[in-house]
Ligand binder design. Sequence first.
Ligand code: NAD
Ligand code: LMR
Length: 329
Amino acid sequence: MTRTPVTVTVTGAAGQIGYALLFRIASGHLLGEGVPVRLRLLEIPQAVKAAEGTAMELDDCAFPLLSGIDIFDDAGKAFEGANVALLVGARPRTKGMERGDLLEANGGIFKPQGEAINAGAADDIKVLVVGNPANTNALIAQQHAPDVPAERFTAMTRLDHNRALAQLSKKAGVSVSDIRRMTIWGNHSATQYPDIFHAEIAGKNAAETVNDQNWLENDFIPTVAKRGAAIIEARGASSAASAASAAIDHVHTWVNGTADGDWTSMAVVSDGSYGVAEGLISSFPVTAKDGKWEIVQGLEIDDFSRARIDASVAELSEERDAVRKLGLI
Ligand code: NAD
Ligand code: LMR
């Protein structure tokens, strides 16, 4: 039986993440084996030609699952009929720049894109915002899409989650696949809190197994939280292939579900769980099933974790206040 292709809109298609992302979407890694995709790419007018070049290369791969590519410089057209939207296009942080500096530069992009999603996307639209500051950009887009259920707007902390898995696996000398229940709380920024108190290594509590508070506080947490800046420092450009890989993981898990007994990290609209102010798009431990996510409930949060979650959520509140002042929401 031939399946109807899923329409995937990708913004910033000519950028470095776009270049790492599109080939994996087209080869079937985003949605799963056997699901055909139709790509709609959005770029600014100056970058349309480069996006056309990438589209030529996509053609040249002869991916059996790729049923078509259209390129636009108009958000209204690019989101028409979209089932999945990956909002990557934004201005990346460069050396010495703080994420707060990006609010104004990028906020303006996400308002019209939210409006376009509201006007033209498919009823089952799922949105992942990658472009920074991702949580607040997702909030801006969501606020301008009043007809789309708020839970369809998410922001990416899966890269932070994967970074945390990698660091913990090295410390414990185990494979990443031996680790479950990692959690990133809060903002995709240096205030994020990677939490191993509920994580498990081969079924045993990770924090107890590692039993090294100095490593946790002075190595693990800052390494994960500041990894984006370390990559910029080393590469002279922000993370690209790892960010694209995390975007694939995020959507794949959302659509196809989390494994039994495990969860993932996604920045989603808060319902007030764990004291995170309602409406903020903050990272939580989530499970996914049948294309829907749910925040994991009932985890005990000790004082150490509470202080760190609160600090990151306070930053999200400040970002929300800042974009309110700028008239972006
Ligand atoms: P890049 O500069 O290489 O590419 C960005 C692309 O977006 C460019 O081609 C640009 O023309 C395009 N663009 C700009 N405004 C646009 C608009 N209004 N509509 C459509 N396209 C537009 O940047 P990159 O390295 O691909 O990174 C993209 C974003 O992802 C940055 O904001 C970066 O900070 C962010 N990022 C997030 C994470 C995360 O974990 N959430 C990780 C890495 C990077
Ligand atoms: C990352 O985490 O690699 C990106 O968000 C880049 C950045 O600005 O930190």
